[in-house]
Design a binder for this molecule. Structure first.
Ligand SMILES: [Zn+2]
Length: 485
């Protein structure tokens, strides 16, 4: 199983499987939740046991229990108990029930594959829970666009390995990707770019499609974190609304990769008003706790020349353009906090003076210095070190394989030592995620190839106990996974 459960005991008995299922529910499970888990169960059982001889008198009992455990348990905790008479999935939370189901699914597939004699499955008792609350996966849909149906498949892969935070990178220099009712030029113009050969490339998600993705995520216990990257990586925004720049001119959504010198002006009040309105719309659309406002790779050349920015620096008693970015982050963070949201930013947001409210994503290099800096400033942090958890990097040093920038092997991900990121206040370390930037990922097949087996190691990294790490044993479990992913 992946991720490996914390406590597992095989009882030596077997459970006679059949396709006639009776699901017993506790009243706290909503019809939607029961429908989803029951539907998943039926779908996979039909696939697995198609054609198996079944005694029509047999009926299989599955108990879904959503109720207090009666003992103190960590968040996300679940029990999975398979006895000769019935199967019980129990948790205090819906997420925990989903984890129990994912574990059962893997057990069924493993058993179905390895047993030749029939449909009996091994009885067992599992008590399991995640080591970290944040187990994420990111997808950049700006550099290349992936339609909402692919995004739902992406969520399915995440759910299969108990990943629970989907970081959706929705804007960048190369494309704006969501329908905006308040600022429609963002999707009408900013979603499209002209490629070198003259063709038009782009796309965006309608608000209806976003709601379909959100429903899909919620059913699977996944929170969606939208990222609108500001004040840098904003050429698609400037292409739609050029007055938001320090020095307005006709801007184009970029068709090349890199970092643009043109960024949003932080001096003009009209820009601040625009951003507050925009983030309000995003906050209304996405029901989750977190909103990511980027903050990475924002060159300050324009701000140094801009009279509005200089006036803001003087008026707010700021030391330089670096502190102006902190002021902007702080202003937007306070606005979003007023809407009940928590802000996340890339680790550059620590370069000036920010308070301890925003959550920091430590990405530069190995991420240790940024994690330490966040910790010492009292900020919660999530790690996604560029050198270890960027899945756009190749998984093997072979020029024929997809990926760019560097090589991060399955072993690199599996052996990442999380103790390096743990300091005095352990609660500030929320967990981690892998990022899939898509400059060199043109299609869904390449995206899946790059996730590959590294998604297993990612899942294990933030769920399982590091003390039990054993790469050869992990490798054996990977082989048992190939029916599922
Ligand atoms: Zn300016």
């Amino acid at each position: 199983m992946i991720p490996g459960p914390k406590i597992i005991r095989l009882t030596g008995e077997s459970f006679p499987f059949c396709t006639k299922v009776h699901v017993n529910l506790t009243p706290s499970i909503t019809p939607e939740q029961a429908h989803f888990i029951g539907g998943e169960f039926t779908k996979h059982c039909e696939k697995l046991f198609e054609g198996c001889p079944v005694d029509p008198r047999d009926e299989m009992n599955i108990n879904l229990i959503l109720a207090p455990a009666g003992i103190p348990v960590p968040p996300g905790h679940y029990f999975l108990i398979i006895k000769p008479s019935d199967i019980t999935l129990a948790s205090e939370t819906y997420e925990g029930l989903l984890y129990a189901w994912q574990t059962l699914k893997q057990h069924l597939y493993n058993t179905a594959y390895f047993t030749e004699t029939g449909t009996d499955i091994e009885c067992l008792q599992i008590a399991d829970w995640p080591s970290f609350p944040w187990r994420g996966l990111h997808l950049d849909v700006s550099r290349h666009f992936f339609d909402y149906k692919f995004v739902r498949r992406y969520l399915d892969w995440m759910a299969a390995f108990k990943l629970n935070k989907f970081h959706w990178h929705l804007s960048d220099d190369q494309g704006w990707r969501i329908e905006s009712k308040r600022f429609p030029l963002l999707h009408e113009q900013g979603a499209w770019r002209t490629e070198a050969d003259g063709s038009s490339y782009g796309g965006y998600y309608t608000q209806r499609q976003i709601k379909l993705v959100l429903k899909h995520a919620e059913e699977r216990g996944i929170e969606v974190i939208p990222e609108i990257d500001v004040p840098g990586h904003a050429m698609a925004i400037l292409a739609a609304y050029p007055d938001l720049a320090c020095f307005p001119q006709e801007f184009q959504t970029l068709s090349v990769w890199g970092i643009s010198e043109d960024i949003l002006c932080a001096g003009k009040d009209s820009v601040i008003d625009f951003l507050k309105d925009l983030f309000t719309e995003v906050a209304e659309l996405f029901p989750g706790q977190y909103i990511h406002l980027g903050g990475d790779e924002a060159p300050k050349a324009r701000w140094k020349e801009c009279p509005h920015c200089q006036q803001r620096i003087a008026g707010q008693n700021l030391a330089n353009a670096g502190e102006l970015q902190s002021w902007l982050v702080q202003t937007l963070a306070q606005h979003l906090q007023g809407l009940g949201k928590t802000v996340i930013g890339w680790d550059e947001i620590l370069d000036g003076n920010i308070d301890s409210q925003p959550v920091v994503m430590a990405w530069r290099g190995d991420g240790i210095a940024a994690a330490r800096k966040a910790h010492d400033n009292g900020n919660r942090y999530i790690i996604c070190p560029n050198s270890k958890l960027y899945f756009d990097w190749k998984y093997l040093a072979d020029k024929n394989l997809p990926g760019a920038h560097g090589v991060t092997t399955l072993q690199d991900v599996y052996h990442l030592d999380l103790a390096q990121y743990r300091f005095q206040n352990k609660k500030l370390f929320l967990g981690g995620q892998a990022n899939l930037w898509t400059e060199h990922v043109p299609d869904s097949r390449t995206a899946k190839d790059l996730l590959g087996w590294r998604i297993y190691a990612l899942s294990e990294l933030f769920w399982s106990d590091p003390q039990t790490k054993d790469y050869s044993e992990f490798w054996e479990r990977i082989w048992a996974m190939r029916e599922i992913f």
